[in-house]
Design a protein around this ligand. Structure first.
Ligand code: PLP
Length: 383
């Protein structure tokens, strides 16, 4: 008997390491493993690889190399931006959305416990930030402000559960009118949609390599020149003294390789993923299966949040797992708890639909046969 081939469609949780990225990493793990901070000639290769990777990553988002700070991934970049923006001892205010990842929401809660005011901006029923509410809250903050200080607005570029892309340029224009700065959690967006930090007027941006076919445990924070942010780690002078700790050169090289490859292939990948989405949606319709698709038309290609009334998302996940298909019920970080996700609550999805929600997140390695097999599997379970 042949084992059924696994179908991995949880690419919003993590992706497979790209083979070229893996090959690019190998020399820095096995041969040229010198500490990039040492001045002897053995470390020269790691040092220049680090420099080259920083330049490549900066180019991919139209930033300057010195604006890229390597971190351990999205969670660290988000925590750094939220906890360390602004000057020491000045009053701070933070606005964020109700659909952020826990890395932002829990970092905000930490700041709230320290007495910092947090404003939560609602979204509409497809998950797009309410720009009128953002402007209203910023206006009120400005009106009541007698002591000055810095204001940070942290709004994700794309949502991990429903894929909605936020209008970050418009958000940044509003935020800047009120003298505040914009951070965006772009963990789901980098490597999947085109990003130009200058054109989009972004001040800080978080990214994570394992979401775009790079290795796990590596990411970066973009900080625009001139933005005040305090160091995240105290220690040596790595990352311009802003994030101490020996750089993980192999992983950084892998991240740069994976990102550049995804950017070069961006249009092809996007078209392929949208085509696979069509096969799944068309297949469900042809099978007469009723579902609601959550999120906006403007979404990360391949991210499909589907709700089936009268079913339990968790049960669907396990039934699909028995058929060797990996999906998620929402955000990977939420999957141990079976409560309704805060994102589905924020878009006001009715409870019965929210309970029956799964997220299929297609990746560049998926193909048409797999999309058809997913439909067949869902039809078997749901009919
Ligand atoms: N932000 C978003 C939107 C995410 O989807 C994730 C991961 O799921 C993170 C942050 C955390 O990233 P990392 O796993 O690299 O810490």
């Amino acid at each position: 008997m042949f084992a059924i081939q696994m179908i991995y469609v949880d690419n919003a949780a993590t992706t497979k390491l790209d083979i070229d990225a893996f090959e690019a990493m190998k020399p820095y793990l096995l041969e040229d493993y010198g500490n990039a901070s040492q001045s002897y000639s053995f470390s020269k290769k790691s040092r220049s690889a680090l420099k080259e990777a920083r330049t490549v990553i900066a180019q991919c988002i139209n930033a300057e190399p010195e604006e890229i700070f390597f971190t351990s991934g999205g969670t660290e970049s988000d925590n750094w931006a939220i906890k360390e923006f602004g000057l020491i001892d000045e009053p701070k205010y933070i606005f964020t959305s109700t659909i952020e990842h826990k890395a932002i929401l829990n970092a905000c809660r930490h700041m709230e416990r320290k007495g910092i005011k947090i404003g939560y901006i609602p979204v509409d029923d497809v998950g797009v930030l309410r720009l009128d509410e953002l402007e209203k809250q910023l206006r009120e903050r400005k009106r009541s402000d007698s002591i000055g200080g810095s204001t940070l607005v942290s709004i994700m570029l794309a949502n991990n559960e429903i894929g909605t892309i936020e209008p970050i340029k418009e958000i940044a224009e509003i935020v800047h009118r009120y003298g505040a700065i914009v951070h965006t959690d772009a963990v789901q967006a980098v490597g999947h949609i085109s990003i130009d930090v200058k054109e989009m007027k972004i001040d800080m941006l978080s990214a994570s390599a394992h979401k775009f076919n790079g290795p796990k445990g590596i990411g970066f924070l973009y900080v625009k020149n001139g933005i005040n942010i305090r160091p995240h780690n105290d220690g040596g002078f790595q990352e311009q003294g802003m994030r101490a700790g020996t750089e993980n050169v192999g992983a950084i090289v892998g991240m740069a390789k994976a990102l550049r490859k995804n950017i070069v292939e961006l249009k092809n990948n996007q078209n392929k993923l949208l085509q696979l989405e069509k096969i799944i949606e068309g297949g469900l319709l042809a099978e007469n299966i009723k579902y609601v698709r959550n999120g906006s038309q403007e979404h990360i290609p391949g991210n499909m949040s589907l709700s089936f009334k009268g079913y339990e998302g968790e049960v669907l996940l396990h039934r699909l797992d028995l058929m060797n298909i990996c999906v998620s019920t929402g955000s990977a970080c939420d999957s141990e708890k079976t409560h309704i996700s805060h994102v589905l609550k924020a878009i006001c999805l009715e409870d019965e639909l929210a309970m029956g929600t799964i997220r299929i997140s297609l990746g560049k390695d998926n193909n048409e046969d797999e999309a058809k097999r997913i439909v067949e599997a869902l039809a078997k379970i749901l009919k």
